[in-house]
Design a protein around this ligand. Sequence first.
Ligand SMILES: *Cc1c(COP(=O)(O)O)cnc(C)c1O
Length: 404
Amino acid sequence: MLLEHLTLAAAERDEQALTRRRRTAHSACAPHQDVSDACGGELHPLLMFCSNDYLGLANHPALIEAMGEGARKYGAGSGASHLVSGHSLAHHRLETELAEWFAPFIPHAQALYFCTGYMANMAVLTSLGGTDATLFCEELNHASLIDGARLARADVKRYAHRNVAELEGLLGTSSSPLKLIVTDSVFSMDGDLAPLTELLDLAERHDAWIIVDDAHGFGVLGEQGRGVLEHLALTSPRFIYIGTLGKAAGVAGAFVAAHETVIEHLVNTARQYIYTTAAPPAVAHALSASLALIAGEEGRQRRAQLGALIRTLRGGLASLTRAAGWRLGESATAIQPVIVGDNMAALALSAALEADGIRVGAIRPPTVPAGTARLRITLSASHTQADVERLLASLGSVIPRRDA
Ligand SMILES: *Cc1c(COP(=O)(O)O)cnc(C)c1O
């Protein structure tokens, strides 16, 4: 019964071009990777435009060295959850460093390290979103925020993408004693920014708090890579900030930075923090090395390189997408969406690029709304201008021209 049911569901997915399949990397995360089919088979060298390793740190020698040093010092595993015996000096140092990073933006900031961003988001939403709260959620929020809102006991209201007026209406008519605005900072499938300055103004006028997920901004945005709050020069105790550490920071995990009272509440109540084994201390040790790179001269250079690549890519994509009748998203970040619309068309395009040795993900529903299937091109500071030009040339040779 179960197997028949699942086989039917798989056939339906196939029909709608929604079946997802994995590929297996045989080399480190980098623009040029050797990849095989998940089931094995031949190795293909591919030029990748789909990782979130925005600064190219995932394979950085200093981080590899720090990971080894951390393992020699603290072992391979943590052995227990943070509240039992798994909290190590490496975790503690990382949290102290992050708290210092966020002190200019969040008064009385403390930081709490989580195994993944998914868990951090679930933790914040369920722990703060009790029955007395209302969550005001942006419609394009990441799946982990959506799932957190589903699991929270709070009332949940949704507002349209970047629609500050709609949010204001919802806040104005709410009598909830605890109002929590929940938003991505950089939208993961679109690359555009939440209007955080306006959201903070609303939060102050309506006595609300802002839970902001900066998964794609931490490390990348801001002069020193401290993320969206540095980028927009915002300071407020109302921010509950989540940064992930497996993307630009190149390692794994996530953290929440917020007023010390909020952090203390999470330590004591967040089930996603309490009932899980602490990440290996070596990971935290490597992350401290990553923070030093991000904040230093090397980080600054990598952010400048990334900015130059984004300009080249957008310059080329503007005319290509016009010729094909597609839409290039309004994005100034490393995430550049080419919105094709149809699932089959997006998949065919991704397959054509792959046949040409280039991997760009085709993102389909339910990750994005129906009818907005897209190529999601992501750039990394470790790409070269020649890599980007190769992508543009390849795209130019595979897109269907409307006038053809
Ligand atoms: C990737 C991502 C997460 C999840 O972070 P992980 O550390 O990968 O679990 C959360 N929010 C957004 C917006 C993301 O893009």
